[in-house]
Design a protein around this ligand. Structure first.
Ligand code: NDP
Length: 247
């Protein structure tokens, strides 16, 4: 990844990009954005079905062999080792602490945190070899803010910060950056399903007074993948309308 003094966030050349969970929701918005920029983007999903002309590979982030195979296949499709990894795949399984099962805690952490680790590890060899790469983790405002009923989810999302910062320290000298995007409420199927009065109550707590569009998260991810962000490493970029300010 070369440094640049240009003021645009548009890529100066076609990069190879892998977005996990890129088949729907925020991940699809991210994949669309890279494709619109002209990058060679591949999405990883459990079904492995292409979406809107964006090629897909089959991969389950809870399985190391599956992740490694997906990265190898994605590199073939994209035309070279993956230069930009967006670890976006995630699940939630909410419940009160006293009733949360070991399985619920472990599954969420295994997908959201260990899954992101497996993807970063799979990408690292190629990135080290070519002395450059971008790793972007999709966390959540609740990773630093906390959220009642989401101990598993919040812990997994907070863990991504330590993961990114350790990678930044370990690989920063090799032209590799690892950063975190922390979305707040995003207009997805999940938030649309909330009753209107609940949506209004949430919006009242957000300085921006609204939920975000998935593409507003994609914009932050695209910036962190661009040449303009070469000196940003180990950072947490909130995309939450000010909800988590100070955290
Ligand atoms: P969705 O539920 O719409 O999509 C989740 C994605 O993750 C799907 O593509 C899903 O694939 C994939 N996924 C889940 N488990 C696995 C697995 N084991 N292996 C591979 N892929 C998997 O989520 P959103 O678009 O709403 O969220 C995307 C990310 O943003 C998540 O990490 C979420 O925690 C985070 N986030 C979302 C917010 C929101 O308001 N929506 C707010 C803050 C953060 P499949 O189709 O195979 O199930």
């Amino acid at each position: 990844m070369t440094t640049s003094t240009e003021t645009t966030s548009a890529p100066s050349r076609r990069r190879t990009v892998l977005v996990t969970g890129g088949n729907r929701g925020i991940g699809l918005a991210i994949a669309r954005r890279f494709q619109a920029q002209g990058d060679a983007v591949v999405i990883m999903s459990r079904s492995g079905e292409d979406v809107e002309g964006i090629p897909a590979v089959t991969g389950d982030v809870t399985n190391s062999e599956s992740v490694d195979a997906a990265f190898a296949k994605a590199a073939q499709i994209a035309g070279g080792p993956i230069e930009v990894v967006v670890a976006n795949a995630g699940i939630a399984d909410d419940g009160l602490l006293m009733r949360m099962s070991d399985a619920s805690f472990e599954n969420v952490v295994d997908t959201n945190l260990a899954g992101a680790f497996r993807c970063a590890r799979a990408a690292s060899t190629g990135m080290i070899r070519r002395k450059g790469g971008r790793i972007i983790f999709v966390s959540s405002v609740v990773g630093l803010f906390g959220s009642a009923g989401q101990t598993n989810y919040s812990a997994s999302k907070a863990g991504l910060v330590g993961l990114a910062r350790s990678i930044a320290r370990e690989l920063g000298g090799r032209g590799i950056t690892a950063n975190v995007v922390a979305p707040g409420f995003i207009e997805t199927d999940m938030t649309a399903a909330l009753p209107e009065e609940r949506q209004a109550a949430y919006k009242a707590t957000i300085p921006a007074g609204r939920f975000a569009q998935p593409d507003e998260v994609a914009a932050a991810v695209a910036f962190l993948a661009s040449d303009d962000s070469a000196y940003i490493n180990g950072a947490v970029i909130p995309v939450d309308g000010g909800l988590g300010m100070g955290h």
